[in-house]
Design a protein around this ligand. Sequence first.
Ligand SMILES: Cc1cc2nc3c(=O)[nH]c(=O)nc-3n(C[C@H](O)[C@H](O)[C@H](O)COP(=O)(O)OP(=O)(O)OC[C@H]3O[C@@H](n4cnc5c(N)ncnc54)[C@H](O)[C@@H]3O)c2cc1C
Length: 441
Amino acid sequence: MSRSNRTSGHPSSPLSRRRFARLAGAAAAVSFVAAPFVARGQAAGRVVVVGGGFGGATAARYLKKAAPELTVRLVEPAARFVTCPYSNLVLGGWRELESISHGYEALRDRWGVELVRDEATAIDTAARRVRLGGGDSLIYDRLVIAPGIALRAPEEGGIEGYDAAAHARMPHAWKAGEQTLLLRRQLEAMPDGGLFVLAAPPNPFRCPPGPYERASLIADYFKREKPRAKILILDSKETFSKQPLFQQAWARFYGDMIEWVSLAADGKVVRVDAASGELETEFGTLHRADVANVVPPQQAAAIARSAGLADASGWCPVDARTFESRLAEGVHVIGDSAIASPMPKSGFAANSQGKTAAAAVIAALSGQGQPQPAWVNTCYSHVAPGYAISVAAVYRAGASGIEAVEGAGGTSPLDWDDANRKLESAYADGWYDSITADMFS
Ligand SMILES: Cc1cc2nc3c(=O)[nH]c(=O)nc-3n(C[C@H](O)[C@H](O)[C@H](O)COP(=O)(O)OP(=O)(O)OC[C@H]3O[C@@H](n4cnc5c(N)ncnc54)[C@H](O)[C@@H]3O)c2cc1C
């Protein structure tokens, strides 16, 4: 893409209502999981999508799928996206990192998304301009931003001592890729009989069941390779997602290998010393880990905060129907950065929100009324080979924001037999294959 193409022009006029109505009337509306979509049309307008993960890749793909004539530019610095979902399987030695890495070629070649391999360094929401690390700027009519999370630094309400340098000694592995491999290497190097400590974060955070699936799969690895090893989960919460199901399975498969310490029982880690491997809790207890996995408190990614899209909580308030920012017009914030509670910060949720944002952007550019979305979320967790559990829920946009639909969803039953747990593990694999195909094929 030429520099002039990126920087020239002004926000173009919205797609004419008459023309859109004619086109929309010519074909039946296409329905996706998340929201009814407008029909294919000769959409005009420039949409910039920042972040090519679960939210952003989905939004870019569905924007072009529904309105091929939109100019959609996806700003993402990485050549390949490594999914956090299934990264715990890499830690457990069940998968290689390559199998959870995905390229953007189909978005470009099949759907016509313009890939901008760069980082967004500043967003001027008044001028509708995104500045890139390489020096160029992109003008947009509508912006979709899905940059994920940032880990809170010590001075931002994070853990004392857990600064960027400490990430190399005590990996968080809460963004998949190098950090995942680093933690895996540390686990491999840990002696049998060693102590692995996982510091789990307070709410809200990316992937509520993630720390506990991680402990399970690392326990499976230890059971095979280092049966005298111990896992200590120091938690900043009183309870956690799918807790009875996890604890039931831990007792059955791993005996007393995994110990979980709640907030009230002194689980909150307040300080770490990366050099010595020490973690200190709120009440002053010192734990010396052979391998420490520190998952600190979180907030919206830096670019969302610097663009003025976050409130005092560090997360981005949005309109429940459109995911348009409550703080900047023409900007849709989706995925983990957004405040979408009670939806969890999950890849499944971000993917659904990507479709919602795509529909909302097209409706806004065409002057049509906004669709009425509903969403589904299922989070599967592997706990042992051929044994998985899940939690599911259905949501809709209500008068007071996003609401969980009462009576829909729930967790897999505690008394299910092994055949059902095995089915859930197959469903989990199916979910992974289908959602990544929905983003990258
Ligand atoms: C261990 C673990 C396991 C998980 N398992 C599951 C699971 O089984 N199921 C599930 O549904 N969810 C799971 N999740 C949660 C899921 O990974 C996140 O909820 C999801 O990735 C959020 O999508 P997102 O689009 O908000 O952010 P991401 O998917 O993280 O994408 C953000 C993208 O934005 C890019 N970016 C950031 N800043 C900029 C910038 N300035 N300019 C340009 N690009 C930028 C990043 O490079 C990244 O590619 C798991 C998470 C973890 C940590």
